[in-house]
Design a protein around this ligand. Structure first.
Ligand code: CA
Length: 231
């Protein structure tokens, strides 16, 4: 019996782009299916098995944003959103659509293949236990509000704790400043986008003091992402 191939759904109304992507993905060893309209996606996904979706934003029938929202009502299939404008990525992230990654057009098919591989790899990882975020040498307990770095407990302010918790919950996922700001509101935090930078700076300083560097990565023009530190 042949090894089952990972099936990727490509939703793209520009047929040439769709076929180019499909060719590259097939060469890499994936199985593909192309849909040219947004309104065909949800019924198709309900009837067919698919392990990843590449979703264009501007689509006839139904906008990519609505498609993504609709999919998330019943499916956790990894989604990579494809958009023509880089500025849109910031807005998309702010909408909390539940997409797993974003690619801006024009893209190189090679880049898309690399993203697809990365997202599939992440999706295959076991989920993080509910109350403890244990990512390598950094460990965070949501219930007791404690953080350990290399097994040693380190004090953080409530805002720093909140920021770290959000970032660590989705390693490599990019969070915008606005999104981080909204998510840490529960920590009595009122501020502007740029105050996030100050807190991140403090966080980094404290982590660096305990030998953990470069785990909070700046994403130019967007925000921050968490990269699991290695000892
Ligand atoms: Ca389009």
């Amino acid at each position: 019996m042949n090894k089952k191939m990972t099936k990727i759904l490509i939703v793209e109304d520009e047929k040439k782009i769709a076929e180019l992507l499909s060719d590259y993905l097939r060469q890499t060893g994936y199985e593909t299916h192309i849909l040219l309209r947004g309104d065909e996606v949800i019924p198709w996904v309900k009837k067919n098995e698919v392990e990843m979706i590449l979703l264009d934003l501007m689509l006839p029938g139904m906008h990519g944003i609505e498609v993504c929202r609709g999919l998330r009502q019943f499916s956790q299939v990894p989604i990579i959103m494809v958009t023509a404008q880089t500025e849109e990525i910031d807005r998309l992230l702010g909408l909390e659509l539940g997409a797993d990654d974003y690619v801006s057009k024009p893209f190189s098919p090679r880049e898309v293949v690399a993203r697809v591989k990365a997202v599939l790899r992440r999706a295959a990882q076991p989920p993080v236990p509910e109350n403890t975020l244990n990512a390598g040498i950094l460990k965070l307990d949501e219930e007791t509000h404690q953080i350990w770095v290399s097994g040693k407990e380190v004090d953080f302010t409530p805002v720093e704790f909140g920021l770290l918790k959000v970032l660590m919950s989705r390693p490599e996922r990019v969070f915008t400043r606005e999104e981080l700001l909204n998510k840490v509101q529960g920590y009595d935090f009122i501020g502007y986008d740029r105050t996030i930078d100050t807190h991140v700076k403090n966080l980094r300083r404290k982590l660096a003091k305990h030998g953990v560097e470069e785990c909070i990565v700046s994403v130019y023009g967007v925000g921050y992402r968490y990269h699991i530190p290695t000892a």
